[in-house]
Design a protein. Structure first.
Length: 191
């Protein structure tokens, strides 16, 4: 018997004869309505800012110019599918100054950006190794809640959930940034 089979057999034995318990599923799974709906772009920007990220909210016509300004003179990784005219992607992951990506979805209530590593989003390594991440989020990609985001995502794809720059705290609550990913997160919200 394999270790997996042994564990499953122990679980089956432990729960044998136990009565079924209904799991409540009364949490919100749809978009906010009425007073809760508010301004998703504004709420998302506020929550992302709370995480110490640099946030810009600007019209789509101006977003490309700001991206070009932010990557100028830097050794940036530009993933396949990210439209950035005139800037070649830096080939070496470990010497790159940063990465510029799009995203799959942004979550307003939590200020979370989700990458599914599709076109324009790069690989997990490309988004976690460089010290700087510039992420462009379109207004139509922002949803209100986590359940809404999950409904938009393909669970078979690799997902990276980003809530601000990488940071951790030790036992004395000394914050250290850049431990598990980029130290600086800059987000351009294109409206």
């Amino acid at each position: 018997m394999s270790a997996r089979e042994e564990i499953l057999a122990r679980i089956a034995k432990a729960v044998a004869g136990a009565e079924d318990v209904e799991i409540p599923r009364d949490y919100r799974t749809e978009a906010a309505t009425g007073d809760d709906a508010g301004d998703l772009v504004g709420l998302f920007a506020e929550r992302v800012d709370d995480y110490r990220a640099v946030v810009h909210v600007l019209p789509a016509a101006e977003a490309a110019g700001l991206v070009a300004e932010r990557v100028a003179g830097r050794r940036m990784i530009v993933p396949d599918g990210f439209d950035l005219d005139g800037h070649e992607s830096w080939p070496d992951l470990h010497t790159a100054d940063g990465v510029v990506t799009g995203c799959a979805v942004g979550i307003a209530l939590t200020g979370t950006i989700v990458l599914d590593h599709g076109p324009g989003q790069g690989t997990r390594a490309q988004t976690l190794v460089p010290d700087y991440h510039l992420c462009v989020v379109r207004a139509d990609q922002i949803v209100s809640s986590v359940p809404e985001a999950v409904a938009r995502l393909d669970p078979a794809r690799p997902l990276t959930w980003i809530s601000g720059p990488s940071a951790t705290s030790d036992i004395e609550l000394n914050r250290v940034e850049g431990v598990h990913g980029p130290r600086t997160l800059e987000v351009i919200i294109s409206t």
